[in-house]
Design a protein around this ligand. Structure first.
Ligand code: AMP
Length: 250
């Protein structure tokens, strides 16, 4: 599929930012996801880091925020993006700021492990988009520093990692604080049964997008071994014995 960002329905201020970023062609996950999100549908996306998944949800959300309602001077939190780690939250915020630089939208990050003062000040000044890790988000909500009553777009990024980190309960709590069903976008690198169960609980009629795993180059021989985690190291050592005099990347 060869298409460009304009054909996906994106508007001028976003196209200009993409041009400035040097992006010419949407990645497969972007080509699939952007039109679906612009249509207002819930989306269940299976994509790893490095596929361009951040822009796949950030770009259409910027557009929906601009088109759905006028951006008010007194800002309300209209988009909530929840991620497992502060590093990912910061990365998403950097993307958001780059792609939204020709719009009046703003965002802030919220994560634990640092003082809450600057985060509370940023919230008090008003933001359109909050990018947060679950624990500190709930903490600030419980203290009355932010409300999710105006959230229209809700993203769960790296959902499988969040469940692995034990955030299931926090995620369900956060959703209960959003009074009107938001448009929900759930991205996960893997689709184990617990992600499907979560998706069934919170998404309404979602469209599912997967990117085809890259086909190996013809001269590369791939093998897969089904083993338990506890067996991985021993298996790896055993396999490496066959490559003793060669260079190996793990
Ligand atoms: P992500 O998978 O969202 O972590 O993105 C991986 C990297 O690809 C990031 O550094 C993005 O800035 C970059 N990127 C995302 N979409 C595109 C695109 N369409 N063209 C070129 N680079 C991109």
């Amino acid at each position: 599929m060869s298409t460009n960002f304009k054909e996906l329905g994106l508007i001028e201020p976003i196209l200009l930012a993409l041009f400035e970023e040097g992006y010419t062609t949407p990645t497969p996950i972007q080509a699939q996801s952007i039109p679906i999100i612009l249509e207002g549908k819930d989306l269940l996306g299976c994509a790893q880091t490095g596929t361009g998944k951040t822009a796949a949800f950030t770009l259409p959300i910027i557009q929906l925020l601009l088109q759905h309602k006028p951006v008010e001077r007194r800002k309300k939190i209209r988009t909530l993006i929840v991620t497992p780690t502060r590093e990912l939250a910061i990365q998403i915020a950097e993307n958001f700021e780059a792609y939204g630089r020709h719009t009046p939208l703003n965002c802030t990050v919220i994560f634990g492990g640092v003082g809450q003062g600057p985060q509370v000040t940023a919230l008090r000044n008003g933001v359109d988009v909050v990018i947060a890790t679950p624990g500190r988000l709930l903490d600030l909500m419980n203290q009355g520093h932010l409300s999710l009553r105006d959230v229209e777009y809700f993203v769960l990024d790296e959902a499988d990692r969040m469940l692995d980190m034990g955030f299931y309960g926090d995620i369900m709590k956060i959703i209960q604080f959003i009074p009107n069903k938001p448009q929900i976008i759930l991205f996960s690198a893997t689709m184990p049964p617990k992600i499907r169960t979560l998706a069934e609980k919170i998404l309404i009629d979602p469209v599912q997008v997967n990117i085809d795993l890259a086909k190996p180059k013809e001269n590369i021989n791939q093998q897969a071994y089904m083993v338990y985690d506890s067996q991985k190291n021993a298996l790896l050592i055993d396999i490496l014995k066959d490559y003793k005099d060669e260079t190996v990347i793990i």
